[in-house]
Design a protein. Structure first.
Length: 496
């Protein structure tokens, strides 16, 4: 029982830490956006945005996805507690990072005239893109260090690196914009990437490895599994971007640009609200699972524990989201976006299913079954797209929310069947119980809005929120003794 409680605490701690980091990063982004808007205006923001979007597109291709895929290899090496194996794995990864950095530079320099022409309808920014190509070195090295910290589960250092990197990047960029205006956009991007690398380098110095010598032939051979999985991840990311583009184009053509804006705004609210849970899964759960994946008993236990906590946390977060949706829309957007409310309500019902899908999907990644991963993800993306197009055509914006619920229900059932058949895995009864109670509470909350309307629904919603949070906290307490955690937290605060 002590080990189980420790596991739950570790999962909860990771969710809390990286949820906080994500909130902080969003805040930094908002401050930077506001400052940039004041200092260099809309034209400057447009210039900055075009440069960054171009570089991100090249990065998604040139990085070969290895900063994500290598997490599995580093985690396995770390779990082996073999210092030589860890050092060897990181050496291979570090060399591949340099390969991707050089690839990014070559692509950017070679296509700089086309990038300038496509982005700005002229060749005047060709030299700017050539200068910006150096950011691929700093970006790749920074990403490599973050991957190392993730793989070795140095969560404290990883969180601090994210926070300090954001602060330093902001502090460095603003004076450049202030003194140089739009001419400072390119230098600001380059210098920000450089100082972020310096920050990450400081935290890398806290993780020590022995030095190993590997020739390039062995480097290429040992790096192939990383690259294969990385290319699979890159393909899926590009497919997701393609699906989003097709859907937006379809909405614009069939409906209106207003609907595109409402859909993207609604999705941003939902994703932003629950993003901490999914960020924590990618940051902590995946490397932890990768380290245990060769021990059937341990990894199956971990998956169930992760699913339980994800659903418990989502139950509280989502019921609060439903109850405050009109208020959030007014605060984060404006009252003219209230038309997105029905879409948000239906989309919220799909989030517990998305949580389960993510928990299961990481099993395939940790196992290294690239072909199966590609097949499942491709089918899932195309299924979601198909349902979105169909339901928007017949039911408008609200139909997009309904389609997410139906498509995620199908995808979750499919993945659960595949995982059960291939890896002989099944969820504990507790996972199903928490899932169904979560769906019931969310459905009751949404039902009260449609049946009673505002403001009458607020009273019933408040009761549902209290009941859901009480149940969720009770379930959390069963797993990790919340009173003990609060006492320890108070003692830490009082001792400082």
């Amino acid at each position: 029982m002590a080990t189980k409680a420790t596991n739950y605490k570790s999962i909860f701690k990771a969710t809390s830490i990286f949820g906080g980091v994500q909130v902080f990063n969003i805040l930094i982004t908002l401050i930077r956006g506001k400052a940039v808007a004041l200092l260099i205006g809309t034209a400057g923001m447009g210039l900055n945005g075009l440069f960054l979007s171009s570089l991100n597109l090249i990065k998604s291709i040139s990085s070969l996805g290895i900063t994500e895929s290598a997490v599995r290899d580093i985690s396995k090496a770390h779990a082996s507690e073999d210092s030589h194996h860890i050092a060897k794995t990181f050496t291979v990864f570090k060399r591949w990072i340099w390969i991707t950095a050089i690839l990014g530079i070559v692509i950017t320099v070679c296509f700089s005239p086309l990038l300038s022409r496509f982005s700005f309808n002229s060749y005047e920014h060709t030299l700017d893109y050539i200068w910006l190509s150096v950011t691929f070195v700093f970006g790749a090295l920074t990403g490599g260090i973050y991957t190392l910290l993730r793989g070795t589960r140095q969560l404290k250092y990883l969180a601090q690196a994210n926070i300090f990197g954001g602060i330093v990047g902001l502090v460095v960029a603003l004076p450049i914009f202030y003194f140089y205006g739009m001419k400072g956009v390119v230098p600001a991007i380059i210098i920000t990437a450089f100082v972020n690398y310096l920050v990450s380098l400081y935290f890398k110095s806290k993780v020590h490895f022995e030095t190993v010598n590997i020739d390039w032939k062995e480097t290429l051979a040992l790096g192939k599994p990383m690259v294969r999985l990385g290319i699979s991840l890159t393909f899926i990311n590009l497919l997701a971007a393609f699906v989003a583009f097709v859907l937006s184009a379809f909405i614009s053509k069939t409906g209106s640009l207003s609907d595109v804006g409402l859909y993207n705004a609604g999705l941003a609210i939902v994703d932003g609200y629950v993003g901490m849970v999914f960020t924590a899964m990618a940051t902590d759960y995946f490397p932890r699972l990768s380290g245990l994946i060769n021990d059937d008993t341990k990894w199956k236990q971990l998956v169930n524990e992760q699913a339980e906590l994800v659903l418990i946390i989502l139950s509280m977060v989502l019921v609060l989201l439903i109850s405050t949706t009109p208020l959030l829309i007014r605060i984060l957007l404006s009252k003219e976006f209230l038309s997105a409310q029905d879409f948000i309500l239906w989309a919220v019902l799909a989030i517990p299913l998305k949580g389960v899908t993510w928990v299961l999907g990481f099993i395939i990644l940790a196992k290294g079954d690239n072909k199966l991963f590609l097949m499942v993800e491709t089918f899932s993306n195309l299924l979601v797209l198909g349902f979105n197009l169909l339901f928007y055509f017949y039911f408008g914006l609200t139909g997009l929310g309904i389609s997410l619920l139906i498509s995620y229900a199908i995808v979750t059932t499919l993945i659960l069947g595949i995982i059960k058949a291939k890896y002989e895995f099944q969820f504990f009864k507790a996972v199903y119980l928490i899932f169904f109670i979560s769906m019931i509470s969310l459905s009751l909350c949404i039902g009260s809005i449609y049946v009673l309307g505002y403001p009458n629904a607020y009273f019933l919603e408040a009761l549902i929120v209290i009941a859901t949070c009480t149940f969720s906290l009770y379930e959390l307490n069963k797993r990790m003794n919340l009173k003990e955690i609060v006492v320890k937290l108070k003692s830490k605060i009082s001792s400082k």
